[in-house]
Design a protein around this ligand. Structure first.
Ligand code: KIV
Ligand code: ZN
Length: 388
């Protein structure tokens, strides 16, 4: 694989599904997994098999269903978790066990009541044991974002020797700044023996709204896998959003980093996940929100009508949105009114437009948005007939 390829590891069905009140049943998970495979993600984290019989069944069925992507199951660093994950992944064409343990001071002290040395032993043992079931073993250093770099490097060096193929550096609490997260990845690239034989992975949470920025800083500094979810769903404020990182890499070709994602499927995949989980994204959500390609102020509308690129950096067709929308409000100008009137069949003359515009503004002041039906009504009141 080229060194410029960033692997997309989708965890919608594991970290994403941890959202309160948004559980998916097995059938819904299968539909989403199949879509993710066609979308072109490299890895589908299908669940945490030991967590419940339902999760085990979902991982097993997804393993049977998925044709191209690697299917991954999460475990803690203990033998039972690993055995159950291996069992659930038995039918996968490309199985991966994702095992790991907390490495930050607070995790070692409060979660495990342990020591740094004992944590290294558990990490090594878990990777070795997982390796006895599958070739592809990813190790996560939970709370790596707040873990001392020197200690983190020691842990990673040991798990590489134990056979890990991918090293996940989670900013579990979403605490890091992009500079800091990028510097951490750079430090690991430069200081961990054997690092060039494995893939470094970014797993960022969005508690400060920085999950996407941190993941991008990670790949700019040498990571080659991003863990993300559709619509950025996930614990608390969520995870890195898949559609955002994919489009950032596409829209900035000078970064020389690409993915296998068929971006034209992003909008429909976002819709599928919103509907299945009953969790709608906010209208101003980047890439897939309802307003992501909607223009409502007169100045912007005039520009977009003349040339889309004046106010759009993404061609909506590239993410599967049919076209940009010109929303008619009291902030719209003559150009927008003429454009929308033309779209519904009225080629207005300059005189007609000048007469109609003040009435349109009055109407728009009383209504938030002027829709096609309102436009027909305005034309009728003004005895303007359809031209096409
Ligand atoms: O955020 C995190 O640290 C995780 C790990 C379990 C990979 O989700
Ligand atoms: Zn996470």
């Amino acid at each position: 694989m080229s060194n410029n390829r960033v692997q997309i590891f989708d965890t919608t069905l594991r970290d994403g599904e941890q959202v309160p009140g948004c559980k998916l049943n097995t059938e819904q998970k299968l539909v989403i997994a199949e879509r993710l495979d066609i979308l072109g993600v490299d890895v589908i984290e299908a669940g945490f098999p030991i967590s419940s019989p339902g999760d085990f069944t979902s991982v097993e069925k997804i393993s049977k269903l998925v044709k191209t992507a690697t299917v991954c199951g999460l475990t803690r660093a203990n033998a039972k978790d690993i055995e159950v994950a291996a069992q659930a992944l038995k039918y996968a064409k490309r199985p991966r066990i994702h095992t790991g343990i907390g490495t930050s001071e607070s995790h070692i002290k409060f979660k495990f009541n342990s020591t740094q040395e004992k944590i290294i032993e558990r990490a090594k043992d878990a990777v070795k044991y997982a390796k006895s079931f599958v070739e592809d073993v990813e190790f996560y250093a939970e709370d790596a974002g707040r873990t001392d770099n020197e200690y983190l490097a020691r842990v990673l060096e040991e798990v590489i020797k134990a056979g890990a193929t991918v090293l996940n550096i989670p900013d579990t609490t979403g605490y890091c700044l992009p500079d800091e997260y990028g510097a951490k990845i750079k430090y690991l690239k430069e200081n961990v023996k054997g690092i060039d034989n494995v893939i470094l992975s970014c797993h960022c949470h969005n508690d400060l709204g920085l999950a996407t920025a941190n993941a991008i800083a990670g790949v700019q500094n040498g990571a080659r896998q991003i863990e993300c979810t559709i619509n950025g769903i996930g614990e608390r404020a969520g995870n890195t959003s898949l559609e955002e990182v994919v489009m950032i890499l596409k829209q900035h070709p000078y970064l020389n980093l690409d993915t296998r994602i068929n971006t034209k499927m992003l909008y429909s995949t976002s819709q599928l996940v919103q509907q299945s989980m009953g969790m709608l994204v906010q209208p101003n959500k980047a890439i897939v929100g309802e307003n992501a390609f909607a223009h409502s102020s007169g100045i912007h509308q005039d520009g977009v009508i003349k040339n889309r690129e004046t106010y759009e950096i993404i061609d909506p067709a590239d993410v599967g949105v049919t076209e940009s929308s010109i929303v008619l409000t009291a902030r719209s100008g003559r150009a927008a009114l003429a454009y929308r009137a033309k779209n519904v069949g009225y080629n207005l003359t300059k005189i007609e437009l000048d007469d109609l515009y003040p009435q349109f503004l009055k109407f728009a002041d009383f209504h938030k948005e002027v829709n096609n039906e309102d436009l027909h009504h305005l034309m009728e009141l003004n005895h303007i007939h359809k031209t096409n």
